[in-house]
Design a protein around this ligand. Sequence first.
Ligand SMILES: Nc1nc2c(ncn2[C@@H]2O[C@H](COP(=O)(O)OP(=O)(O)O)[C@@H](O)[C@H]2O)c(=O)[nH]1
Ligand SMILES: [Mg+2]
Length: 257
Amino acid sequence: MLLSVVIPARDEQDCIESTVRELAAELAAANVPHEILVVDDASVDDTAATVNRLTSSIPSLRLLRNPGPHGFGCAVTFGIRSSRGDAAAVFMADLSDSPKDLVLYYRKLQEGYECVFGSRFIKGSHLIDYPAHKLILNRFANRFIAIIFGIRYNDVTNAFKCYRREVIEGIEPLLSKHYNLTVEMPLKAIIRGYSYTVVPISWRNRQTGVSKLRLKEMGSRYLFIVLYLWLEKHLSRGDYHRSGLQAPTREGRSQRA
Ligand SMILES: Nc1nc2c(ncn2[C@@H]2O[C@H](COP(=O)(O)OP(=O)(O)O)[C@@H](O)[C@H]2O)c(=O)[nH]1
Ligand SMILES: [Mg+2]
């Protein structure tokens, strides 16, 4: 099973090399067949040149350039659609996520799960230097999502997750152009009926560079996608569920096709 690791990167020249090297080494040591796709998104620094240089020594590495429109969601979607793996994981360029946890994700896929989601807020997880204001907003947003969707999973908003190919195809079309994609992908997979498991993961704040997340610009976009998916779950009568169409019968009632 080939694993595609999609890394969106904008202006990450100071960390992209160590991220790619650590990731490639860990996956190789664990014998995980993989490709690493760094999606550069109009970086104005040396991100693309650095990745380009690394491709000669790391054969599993590919540099993709998102032609635009730009944004986190557009870049990840472009990377996922260009990937060739039987499964794809989204991984951050700033090495906030742990390559060891990605190996754990892969093992869970091998057990048969269709999605593997990490949580930074369960027994066994580690959280290092999470900014306090983000943590408060994060816990509020995840609580809200868990309540309105009736799920127990408490870290929907984190991007670092893994999906089998059938899930990636089943959650199209992806609508989010920005960070709200981090919520669209897992929530859609859940409400469309794909199986998932949750494992404890570690997360540490970036050591170099600056955060690109602008919460003020993203708040309404997060709410848009959450409400959109809530409407899909409650009003679409299963039209987008993996189990297929609910064809209307002559009496006007629905039945599973
Ligand atoms: N391709 C692309 N990547 C982005 C964009 N914005 C952020 N990223 C990447 O998304 C990841 C998470 O961004 P980051 O700034 O660390 O957000 P934070 O961890 O929430 O503070 C990093 O790998 C960034 O390089 C973008 O517009 N395009
Ligand atoms: Mg980060």
